[in-house]
Design a protein around this ligand. Sequence first.
Ligand SMILES: C[S@@+](CC[C@H](N)C(=O)[O-])C[C@H]1O[C@@H](n2cnc3c(N)ncnc32)[C@H](O)[C@@H]1O
Length: 278
Amino acid sequence: MNYRHIFHAGNFADVTKHVVLALLLKSLHNKTTPFCYLDTHAGAGRYDLASEAAQKTGECLDGIQRLWDTQTPPELAEYLAVVRAQNSAGALRYYPGSPVIARYFLRPQDRMVLLERQADECAKLQSTFAGNRQVTVRVQDGYAGLKAYLPPKEKRGLVLIDPPYESDREYEQVVEGLKVAHDRWSSGIYALWYPIKTRPPVERFHRALVATGIRKMLLAEFAPYPEDTSFRLNGCGMIVINPPWMLEETLQTLLPQLLKLLQSQSTGRSRLAWLVPE
Ligand SMILES: C[S@@+](CC[C@H](N)C(=O)[O-])C[C@H]1O[C@@H](n2cnc3c(N)ncnc32)[C@H](O)[C@@H]1O
């Protein structure tokens, strides 16, 4: 496995995923009772956009960099506050991955579990969160983690499933993993990220998700580029199961505005729909 998230950190797909993630985590503050966040594919946690790897692709230029010094919709405030907290000098240099974003939203009563299969990426997580009793970090297969850590004792919380999709088999693993997880814990919030290159694999994925019989699946797609080539990431999607109150309304307003900020030409599109309603 060669995937290294540093090459993609802060690109439009990271921005979309992390904007939704921040909204979901914030919604968990609506009760004082504790929640648990499980990240099955956690990555390295924090990325230096000035590193050789990040500079090589320059993907953040069409992502977070575009939101940095411009007026942005109020719905992005929490997400941008997390990114700004990593860049206290003012200039954009560090980009927070999902673990650092989730940490920002943990209250003293909450906790999180971070799973990452690559030992060197996991070592970075261990160093970032060393000594933090609210954070468990394991070198572990994320799909096995869905069995090992669910349901959480808090009975409230969020699971992020964000694999690299290096092979087509990954779609099947996500669907199988989700079924296992949902059988164990049907009331949890689940967020699944997926890439959009061309349409046919996405449609197969959606059909397989519908066939699980799981209900309350909200689908948010965001594609700044036309879906005309499989060589490039043209867009991405998030499936949110058991979305919190008002997420749909917030995304309805936000996604078109985000598209205006992140698309290069007017060829992009966003979509919000129920893949399976209640
Ligand atoms: C897209 S990146 C994660 C990015 C991170 N969630 C974020 O938003 O900042 C996917 C990560 O999953 C890891 N990975 C791949 N297969 C895995 C598996 N079966 N279990 C756990 N981690 C895996 C990769 O090493 C990579 O770091």
